[in-house]
Design a protein around this ligand. Sequence first.
Ligand SMILES: Cc1ncc(COP(=O)(O)O)c(C=O)c1O
Length: 388
Amino acid sequence: MQEPFLFDQIRSRPTGPIDLPEPVRVLDLPTPALVLDRSLFSSNLAKMAAHVAAHGKGFRPHAKTHKCPEIAKAQVASGAVGVCVAKVSEAVAQTGAGVDNILITSPITTPGKVAILDRLASEGHQLMIVVDSLVGLNQLQSGIASENRLDILIDLDVNMGRTGVREDATVLELINKINDDERLGFRGFQFYAGHVMHIEGFADRREASLSLWSQVSERIENVRAEGINFDIVTGCGTGTFNIDIEVDSITDLQVGSFIFMDEEYRRIGGEHNDRFLDFDVSLTIATTTISQPMNGAMTVDAGFKSMASDTVPAAVDELANTKFRFAGDEHGVLLSKESMQSLKLGDVVELVTPHCDPTVNLHDFYWVKENDGLIHSCWPITGRGCTW
Ligand SMILES: Cc1ncc(COP(=O)(O)O)c(C=O)c1O
């Protein structure tokens, strides 16, 4: 079992902000560098907190997006009911920095990961995890010590086909087993429709999401009708933050990307706009122009190793009519007839990330830009590489 070795490795990483000896400009950073605009990040967070409060709901932001304890703490301070992580290893990173009340949103099925959960429970952390199978639940039951406590949500699926229980008989069987075990507490349900988040066009996205939630809500109400008690129904993502808020059964939103935003999300369109602009882009990749292969093109020092390439290309908001094209592991090319005339070799250009979560996982730090436009500190991405 290698998990205990990895646990200690994660716990030895830095967790809190590191002050720079003196403030620096973005232009002075060694690029490619992940830059976080603190005031835009804070206003995105405040906006989500106000949105859920206005509708009498909570939010449980997904820390898989940022993997950073400093950001998780800011989310809890802004009123979040807790945070989510995708994997047990991310929980190790967050709890090591004092972040508590964590929901693990993926099921686990191996003894090594259950042993880590048990160790976190022994440390006194409040943890919840989803289950979606009897195999997974049995594994948890064989690895949690008699004196430890673990809360459980049942992950439901309708038609995404990733994780989640589809048969209602299995849901009841799981709940009965959980309720018969003193170490476990049945708290409710998770439903996440990842395949709906990026449907283009607000009306289509709304229809798809509410139709799935109506099926899920009916399943949940059938469980309540059996006299079974629970207090949490969590789900939703950034793409449906102002859609799923209408769903009566939901208690809290598991939104992740809204704190940073990315080009993939901006393209899906908002309620009143063909771009999704409800939240500002607070995260950028600072790159430097390093070569000019031809007229109208400039090569920058950021490619697949500094930005996720699973979806759309990065956006170049700073330069009019300029496009980014990936040009390999370490390189990208900016293409534009107009702006290339003003760009020189050695200039720094900030790009909007294509897809924020997997981009963050490629970096060690956020370089945090304050209101004076300078970087005063960097925040460690403690959960970088924590994918198990
Ligand atoms: C289970 C779960 N919940 C919530 C989220 C957050 O989604 P988003 O980043 O779109 O807000 C994700 C993202 O993939 C997820 O997998």
